[in-house]
Design a protein around this ligand. Sequence first.
Ligand code: AHR
Length: 332
Amino acid sequence: MLKRISALVLAGLTAMSVASCGSGGSGASGGSGTGSGSGSDAITMGFSQVGAESGWRTANTKSVQDSAKNAGITLKFSDAQQKQENQIKAIRSYIQQKVDIIAFSPVVESGWDTVLKEAQNAKIPVILTDRAVDSKDTTLYKTFLGSDFIEEGKKAGQWLVEEYKDTKDTVNIVELQGTTGSAPANDRKAGFAEVIGADAKFKVVASQTGDFTRAKGKEVMEAFLKSTPDIDVLYAHNDDMGLGAIEAIEGAGKVPGKDIKIITVDAVKDGMQALADGKINFIVECSPLLGPQLMDLAKKVVKGEQVPARVVTEETTFTQEQAKQVLSTRQY
Ligand code: AHR
């Protein structure tokens, strides 16, 4: 239903179609893999995942593994446990194993040029999925498939501006940022700041990383509640941190969604449940269902076909009423 991942094609190239796709495997750095690809055009993909930090990530891993299976692509999968050095090791191992294509979701934006150059020298194409890198040399990867995180931050800010349009009072906001240095943390912060920056009544009074996890979201919110009086709004860069923060807010004897309004990003099932229950006020969707498009792009790249430089995931937003309507059919 909400799997409306359509591709916006940049650089004047044709729109992407969603392919159904091979076999998934899992393993530690370097990637143990299983697969069903066979014959001369069989494809082996090495995939380095960020980790298992959130409900979003779990759904994304499942989407990639299921889609590889359906596409007949042999997947070598590794979980980097939110560490860049683990991702670099995994990519080097995929290069040594001479996979046909490497895909990865970079935990942080910077520091990829050397290993991407190694893949390029070995003539192994790379696809970025979910998160971007800040490399100046865009020939180091074939395409980037994922959300527009700046736009997500802007949508969060736009809801807030509308919600407080009738007040002149100061609105004190605390922000739970995603993993430091990651594209979603940088961009969701920037997009939000750009929108609320137009009105001086909006003040971000505290902003700290919660590493995209529920446990850290709770811990940091507890600290905010102790150090920062009069919090009106929490902006959490993902549902999981927001859900952890809700526990902290309730623990402090306050009512989430009322005493403190909450905006999050992702729209995973637990987040949508909290939205429907009135504990979260607004969620900006970030779809993790990137697997089918990733496999489609991989097939084209391996065949030497041209693909768009950027494929943007199409997403929506949810109010409490909308969450109640779609909750029972939510896929993840
Ligand atoms: O890169 C996507 C982000 O990573 C998701 O919003 C968050 O939940 C995840 O950990």
